[in-house]
Structures are given as C-alpha cells and as structure tokens.
Design a protein around this ligand. Structure first.
Ligand code: HEC
Length: 144
C-alpha cells in the first residue's frame, strides 16, 4: 500500500515537473523512473536501515539487476560500467562500510547549486528496491 501511494505521489510530482519544464525535459528521453516490484523480498520495515539486509540474497540480486538497468544505467552505465557521465559504481566500497554512502546518494541524490546531478530515489523507488540494487552492485564490485 505504501509503495502504491508513493508511486502516485511521484507520478503527480513528475507530471507537474513536465508541465513546468515543458518540451525541454521531454527532449531528454527516458527520465521516468520505472516502478520496481519488490513484493517477493522479505519485509524490512519502515525505518531506513544503515546496512544491506539483502546482501547476497539471490532474488534481491535479480530484482536489483532489472531495477538498476531501468533506473540507473542511463547515467551509471549498462552492467554498472560507467561511460563517464557518472561515477563507476563497481568501485563503491563493499560491505557495511560502503552501504551508508550508497544509501545517502540513493535516498537524496546529488544536488549542488540548484542543479540536479542525480535525482533522489527514496520516495520514488523505496528502501527495498534500493537495497536490492545495492546487492546487485556488490556482485559487480571491482578493486581500483
Ligand atoms: C541523471 C543521472 C543519474 C541517475 C539516473 C542516477 N545517478 Fe547516481 N549519480 C549521478 C551523478 C552525476 C553522480 C555524482 C554526483 C556528484 O557529482 O556528487 C552520482 C553518484 C552516485 C553515487 C555515489 C558514487 C560515488 O562514487 O560516490 C551512487 C551510490 C549512485 N549515484 C547510485 C545511483 C543509483 C543506485 C541509481 C539508480 C537508482 C542512480 N545513481 C541513478 C547521476 C545519476
């Protein structure tokens, strides 16, 4: 229920954004976040966790792979290999130490001087999808 409501809220926010920005935003192509079905994953409550509850969880990795491809790959690259637009997420620190920074960016995005470098995903995709994507990214981890 919660996800349905936030999806509607996002839809409305997105619609007004499109109306305000007009053709400029439409010209950028696929910017609509794609809903992620996380109903298969164990519930983790409402509180945002600081450590990935789905690390190594097979189903979470599957869901995270498709969620990443639909929502992150256009900036961070197919298969998590950056084309240079945005940081290469294969280098994110693995384990609990890296979880915190990952979630900081996932939830709040990156905005500087009023420019959105990365949109916030907390309301849009929610916590379960966020950790599923993190579980996927850890399978791609590469050392510097
Ligand atoms: C519109 C492009 C865009 C999209 C879409 C996007 N990001 Fe980003 N992301 C960026 C940029 C640009 C940065 C670097 C921000 C900065 O300059 O501080 C970034 C930074 C990050 C970082 C921090 C990386 C580091 O090395 O510090 C993480 C983690 C991250 N993004 C995760 C995600 C995830 C997960 C998704 C999909 C749910 C996503 N991003 C979608 C553009 C994007």
């Amino acid at each position: 229920m919660k996800t349905a409501i936030s999806r509607i809220a996002f839809g409305a926010a997105f619609a007004s954004l499109v109306l305000a920005a007009g053709p400029a935003i439409m010209a950028h192509g696929d910017v609509t976040p794609q809903a992620v079905d996380t109903s298969d994953l164990p519930d983790i409550g409402e509180e945002w966790l600081t450590e990935n509850p789905y690390r190594g969880h097979e189903r979470a990795i599957q869901i995270g792979t498709s969620a990443y491809t639909q929502n992150c790959a256009r900036c961070h690259g197919i298969d998590a290999i950056s084309g240079g637009i945005a940081p290469d997420l294969r280098y994110l620190e693995p384990g609990a130490e890296g979880d915190e920074w990952y979630m900081e960016r996932y939830r709040h995005g990156a905005v500087r001087d009023g420019k959105v470098y990365m949109p916030a995903f907390d309301e849009v995709l929610g916590q379960k999808a966020g950790w599923a994507i993190r579980a996927y990214l850890e399978t791609k981890y590469t050392e510097d």
